[in-house]
Design a protein around this ligand. Structure first.
Ligand SMILES: [Zn+2]
Ligand SMILES: [Zn+2]
Length: 281
């Protein structure tokens, strides 16, 4: 056991859950999305293969659920080659300490996200006054202190490749966080978007609960740089993804995805950027 691996002091269970909690979607034969409360994790790799990775690590206190679904999909005592992070927010690293200790595997993230994953820097306090509903109001209880993954965390390769995810490349999509990345596979145009855009109106508790599908920008209460966030959505839209797994909400594909992304790019100021809040002037 590696003592240097720790959560922040404000680590805690967050009582918010959607109807999709513990429901999985096989988006492609080698891409499986799974919902933990209100956030998605993804497995990349075919169940028949011995090699797969976990993208993101769920809500606080979800490690045992993540281990269970991993073994259910890939077999008893199977473990991923690595955990690949879209970013380091609490709802994407909530089970990571136990997972890294149990599996003894490396974690990869963008260089600019490393301070938030090595105990050096906290995220800005969420804006609980932002235009939006109950989840925005709840966001004041969200953990912001960094996890410390010690020497288990490594930066993503400079050449754009993604370790243990052949065919995928990482795309820097900042705005929601400085080192936020998305993962794209040119061959079939599959996209793992993280929170660069999401398919549910995350700040509204009712919509989070029901997971009503509706494209949106990144979660409002935790997005400090809206101009960068807009640029990131433009970058992803030009890739013309055929299918997208997002950090929150159900997977989206085909014409609905194409049209929704185009609408989001064109009307980002209306759809995504809040009318008021501390991160907008
Ligand atoms: Zn986030
Ligand atoms: Zn998130």
């Amino acid at each position: 056991m590696d003592k240097e691996i720790t959560y922040g002091n404000d680590y805690k269970y967050i009582p918010a859950t959607s109807v999709d909690h513990l429901i999985g979607h096989e988006v492609l034969p080698d891409l499986f999305a799974y919902t933990i409360q209100i956030v998605n994790i993804a497995f990349v790799g075919h169940p028949d293969s011995q090699k797969f990775v976990l993208v993101d690590a769920g809500m606080p206190h979800s490690a045992s659920q993540i281990m269970a679904i991993t073994e259910k999909r890939f077999g008893e005592n199977k473990r991923p080659e690595a955990i690949i992070l879209t970013h380091g927010h609490f709802d994407h690293v909530g089970g990571i300490v136990e997972l890294v200790e149990h599996w003894n595997i490396p974690v990869f993230a963008h260089e600019l996200e490393l301070p938030f994953l090595t105990g050096q820097k906290s995220y800005p306090e969420p804006d609980s006054t932002v235009e939006g509903g109950l989840v925005a109001k709840m966001s004041r209880m969200f953990p912001i202190e960094p996890v410390n993954l010690g020497n288990h965390i490594k930066k993503l390769p400079d050449d754009g490749s993604v370790p243990f995810m052949p065919g995928f490349r990482w795309i820097h999509t900042p705005g929601h966080s400085p080192g936020h990345v998305s993962f794209f596979r040119d061959e079939d145009r599959a996209l793992i978007a993280g929170d660069a855009f999401i398919t549910v109106k995350q700040d509204t508790l009712y919509k989070v609960f029901t997971q009503k599908q509706e494209i949106n920008g990144p979660p409002r209460y935790l997005t400090p740089d809206w101009n960068a966030a807009w640029d990131s959505v433009k970058k992803l839209a030009t890739l013309k993804p055929s299918i997208a797994v997002t950090g929150h909400g159900l997977p989206m594909e085909g014409d609905i995805l194409t049209n929704s992304l185009e609408k989001l790019v064109n009307e980002f100021d209306k759809i995504a950027i809040p009318d008021y809040g501390k991160f907008v002037n």
